[in-house]
Structures are given as C-alpha cells and as structure tokens.
Design a binder for this molecule. Structure first.
Ligand SMILES: O=C(O)C(=O)C[C@]1(C(=O)O)C=C[C@@H](O)C=C1
Length: 100
C-alpha cells in the first residue's frame, strides 16, 4: 500500500526514491540480458518473441496481484524489453565478431 502524501513535494520525493530503485533493478536486469546473448545462436534467438509474450503474460498477472495497472505494466514492459532486445542484438553481434 502506497504512503499517502499531503504535498506534491512528498509525492515527488517518493517517486525519486522509487526511481533510484527502478534504475538499480534495470541495471541488474540488463546484466542478465547481456549474459543471455552469450547463450543464443542467432538474432531470431535474441528476439525470442514467444518468451516476450510469456514475460508479458506473467507481469500482467503479477500486476493484478500487486494492485498495479495491467495495461500500464504491459506497455512499460513492452518498451523495456524492446530496448533490451536492441542492447542484446548489439552484444550478440559483437560476440560473433572474430577477435584478431
Ligand atoms: O529471456 C530472454 O531470452 C532474454 O533475452 C530476456 C528478454 C527480456 O528482456 O525479458 C530479452 C530479449 C528477448 O526478446 C526475450 C526476453
């Protein structure tokens, strides 16, 4: 249950506090996405559309349980995973380069 604020400043302090946590979690999530690149054969494997839909379905269910908005959660996740796919494609391509 979220804290009830009495001023906009308090609201923003709470948003800033949560943003620090979210960015830390994005960094940790991104490091696992980078590791995933090393296990994949090609760019279709990196994009893994079935896995994307599995994650979306899971986070929509979690949103219901945790009283978050499932549509907002899905939109945020689709944008986030889209960005991580670009990161992973670049890292996968770099891994495929011969090292001379
Ligand atoms: O699960 C994977 O295979 C990942 O690489 C992670 C991830 C994600 O960010 O959730 C990223 C790329 C794939 O499209 C699927 C999912």
């Amino acid at each position: 249950m979220a804290v009830t604020c009495t001023t906009l400043e308090q609201v923003r302090e709470n948003i800033d506090r949560l943003d620090r946590q979210i960015v830390a979690l994005l960094a940790e999530r991104g490091s696992f996405v980078s590791q995933a690149a090393g296990f994949k054969k090609d760019s279709d494997g990196v994009k893994a559309p079935q896995r994307v839909e599995q994650v979306i379905s899971k986070v929509r269910d979690l949103a219901q349980t945790l009283d978050a908005n499932p549509d907002v959660t899905e939109q945020v996740y689709r944008a986030m995973i889209g960005a991580f796919i670009q990161q992973e494609l670049a890292e996968h391509a770099a891994l495929a380069q011969p090292t001379t």
